[in-house]
Design a protein around this ligand. Structure first.
Ligand code: GRF
Length: 202
C-alpha cells in the first residue's frame, strides 16, 4: 500500500532528502504529507519547501511537558492524514503520547549498530571505543532510547585515521540507501514483527 508518511527531522535533513529522491524516482511507494521539526532553523524544512511538501516548525518551549509537545505533534500528524512516521535525524525521544497514536508505525534511523552506541553521537562513541566496524540501524521506535526491534542494519569499516566526521560521512551513505529501502519493504507489507524479532518476506 502507498505509505502516507510524516517525517520528523531536527537538522540537515539528508535522510529526508533520500526519501524524497526515492519517491520522485519511483522507487518508493509513498507520499510525504508533512515534515515537522523541533528546530525552526532546520535545513530539513527548507528541503521540504523546495519539494512543495507541507512543513512546520514546532516550538518545544511553547509546551509545558514533553508529553504536551508530543500530543500536539500527534494531532498535527493526524490532521495531515499521516499513517506512518519516520524519525529522520530527529533528536528528541518520543513519548507514549506519540507512540500510542502510531503504535508500531514509527521507525528511526540511528548512525550505529545498535545496541552498541545508542543515544547521541553514535559515530563519536564508535571512534572513541576503537571498534573496527560500525554502521547504521533502522528500527521500530518504542519508549526506550534507540531500543525498538531492529529492521535492518548496514555495516561500514572504521579506519585507523577516522574521525567522527569521516565515519559519519561513510555511515550516511548507507543510511540514505537503507532507509528508503526499508520504507519500500513496509509499503509492500513484507515486514513482520514478533517480539524483538523482525523478519522480511523475500
Ligand atoms: C543521521 O546520521 C541520523 O542517523 C542521525 O542524525 C543524522 C541526521 O542526518 N539520527 P540528516 O539530518 O538526515 O542529514
Amino acid at each position: 500500500m502507498r505509505l502516507q508518511l510524516g517525517v520528523l527531522a531536527s537538522g540537515n535533513g539528508s535522510n529526508l532528502q533520500a526519501i524524497i529522491d526515492a519517491i520522485e524516482a519511483g522507487k518508493l511507494n509513498a507520499d510525504i504529507h508533512v515534515v515537522l521539526s523541533d528546530k525552526p532553523e532546520a535545513y530539513a524544512l527548507a528541503r521540504a519547501e523546495k519539494h512543495k511538501i507541507p512543513c512546520l516548525p514546532m516550538h518545544p518551549s511553547n509546551y509545558q511537558t514533553r508529553e504536551d509537545f508530543d500530543s500536539a505533534m500527534a494531532e498535527l500528524l493526524e490532521d495531515f492524514n499521516v499513517d506512518f512516521l519516520v524519525l529522520a535525524g530527529y533528536m528528541r525521544i518520543v513519548t507514549k503520547e506519540l507512540l500510542k497514536k502510531f503504535r508500531k508505525r514509527v521507525i528511526n534511523i540511528h548512525p550505529a549498530l545498535l545496541p552498541s552506541f545508542p543515544g547521541l553521537h553514535g559515530q563519536r562513541q564508535a571512534v572513541e571505543y576503537g571498534v573496527k566496524y560500525s554502521g547504521c540501524t533502522v528500527h521500530f521506535v518504542d519508549e526506550g532510547l534507540d531500543s525498538g526491534p531492529i529492521i535492518a542494519q548496514r555495516v561500514v569499516p572504521v579506519l585507523d585515521d577516522d574521525t567522527e566526521e569521516t565515519l559519519a560521512a561513510r555511515i550516511l551513505e548507507q543510511e540514505h540507501q537503507v532507509l528508503p529501502e526499508v520504507l519500500q519493504w513496509i509499503s509492500e507489507g513484507r515486514v513482520h514483527v514478533d517480539g524483538r524479532k523482525v523478519t522480511i518476506d523475500k
